[in-house]
Design a protein around this ligand. Sequence first.
Ligand code: SF4
Ligand code: SF4
Length: 337
Amino acid sequence: MERETIYEGLVRKGVSRRDFLKFCGTTAAVLGLSSSFVPTIAEAMEKKQKPVVVWLEYQDCAGCSESILRASKPAIGKIVLDVISLEYHETIMAAAGHQAEKSLNDAIKNYKGKYLVVVEGAISSKDGGVYCTIGGKSSDYLLKEVCKDAMAVIAVGNCACFGGVPAAKPNPTGAVGVMDVIKDKPVINLPGCPLNVENFTATVVYFLTFGKLPSVDKLKRPLFAYGKLIHDNCERRGHFDTGEFVKAWGDKGHRQGWCLFEMGCKGPFTNHNCPTIRWNEGVSWPIMAGHPCISCSEPKFWDNNLYASAEKNHFYAKVGLGAMAVSGLISRKDKKE
Ligand code: SF4
Ligand code: SF4
């Protein structure tokens, strides 16, 4: 049976043409494409069938699923029913046990070579993968089995990309990311703790529109979302440049929105588009709310001095990690409150 296109799904749900074009425009903006690409995206959404998605979940907290479920724009209805055709998702599907296993087997058989796999959570690689099993099969075995006939694999969240929190020292389960296991399929990483749903939607729309995954960096992260440092677009950057730093929680600088570098901010060493797309429908993001960036889109963030001291941050800057701009900080005299 022919699956409906994304546009048909939207029309069936009462979405107006105007709102549809707005969605295409917003997605083009997230992808860093000019407005001249909006008609191309709209045409793809009108003609292409919804991609079939199999969503696997291993060692994690389900925070990335939560991130999508709690998003009101695009709402879960839009993500699940209008942008993708979700055939299997262990956390939100009604089926359980043998029924769930059958759903997975049916999906990969019926849509052989035509489905996308989304992976949330780390894969256990130690002792034959015994620390993470579903239906008696290890996460490592299941991942390989499901990805064998997939078009591409999207790893969502730091755990699926780089092992995340389960891989924190001493990493008792031998937790690894998808790209450490799957070598013969296109894999794209959308790290974050959790992932930002806007980046997921944009990646799927890009794949549908252009028939391939977007360009990536050496960590397989799409450049549209991870091509720039947090520090480059941070709204507190002016305070960094003029040497105005928060020295203690609640001090005058903190109340006035000064730079959080001295409080351990990892923005100068972290690639992510949080300052531009923000979170919760663009309402806010951690640094805007007064909290330093903890580098959740980079490998080993949990072991890497999560809340680094000012001294540590100065050390990182000195040895040249992250933004070149930071090196100037070492010789700069901080302004006093
Ligand atoms: S150090 Fe952090 S708070 Fe300061 S400008 Fe850079 S990203 Fe923003
Ligand atoms: S600001 Fe930093 S820690 Fe916060 S969500 Fe963005 S990358 Fe992650």
